[in-house]
Design a protein around this ligand. Structure first.
Ligand code: CDP
Length: 245
């Protein structure tokens, strides 16, 4: 946050952002359901320059056994970034950031899945970030929801995710990597549109109470755009073809 704002024009006099988008315009989004034949469910998402693949396995036996729950199935999530996914090679060992993102995505998906019919089992969600460009947790969470649905896991709703943020004193939809680095705030939101429930809300930066409210409203508009594409991806896999915005 902050620092490079003077060199980079984040918002020009016509209200156009550094990547040519309007303030309320998301990046290009493409979601595909399925694709991995050895997974029980899978999905692939391109969200701007983010490219993320998700495989879901289960419900299946839990190893180690002591992690299992006799009353319900458990959800496990691993978010992993390929070393080549970012411009400066990432160490392949799990970073604190990857552990944190795995945890927040798991907590965001937990209210959506219904695992009480599968006691002593686990549903594993493996997220592979092939290319990162800001907003990977939102893109990964959206793809993970589609992969869980593709695996036939009973769900209350899908979680759709999109960030809002503040750049050049303006609330914008879907913060890209440059805006994340040089802007004033980034707020990733995960939302279940049918249930009208937020399951992920983080904030990096400083906002006034009015901006905070506007960011949530703006982020939810983005989530609804993502939700339509999630449904379309599943529809296309099971009833036809397509999946691009
Ligand atoms: O990806 P997301 O915005 O959810 O999480 P972040 O921690 O705010 O990371 C923002 C961006 O920084 C990522 O999407 C990557 O493009 C970049 N990044 C990087 O270049 N090198 C890393 N080791 C980690 C992140």
């Amino acid at each position: 946050m902050g620092g490079r704002e003077s060199e980079l024009v984040l918002l020009d006099e016509n209200g156009i952002r550094c990547d040519g988008r309007k303030v309320d315009e998301p990046r290009r989004i493409m979601i595909k359901a399925g694709g991995l034949k050895n997974a029980d469910g899978s999905a692939y998402i391109e969200f701007g320059d983010n490219k993320i693949l998700v495989g879901v396995f289960g419900p299946r036996d839990v190893h180690p056994k002591h992690m299992s729950n006799t009353d319900t199935g458990i959800l496990r999530v691993r978010y992993h970034m390929e070393p080549f996914s970012v411009s400066e090679r990432k160490n392949p060992a799990p970073s604190r950031r990857e552990i944190e993102i795995s945890k927040v995505i798991k907590e965001a998906l937990q209210p959506a899945v219904i695992l009480d019919k599968f006691p002593r089992t686990a549903v594993d969600v493996f997220i592979e970030v092939l290319q990162a460009d800001g907003g990977t947790r939102c893109a990964a969470l959206s793809a993970a929801s589609v992969a869980l649905a593709d695996a036939g896991i009973p769900m209350r709703d899908m979680v759709a995710a999109c960030a809002a943020g503040k750049v050049a004193d303006t609330v914008v939809l879907d913060v890209n990597n440059e805006e994340d680095q040089a802007g004033q705030a980034d707020m990733p939101i995960g939302y279940m549109p049918n249930l009208k429930k937020i399951t992920l809300l983080q904030l990096d930066g400083v906002l006034t109470p009015e901006e905070y409210k506007k960011c949530i409203e703006t982020g939810i508009i983005g989530c609804k755009i993502v939700y339509d594409l999630q449904k379309k991806a599943l529809h296309d896999k099971y009833f036809g073809s397509g999946g691009e915005q």
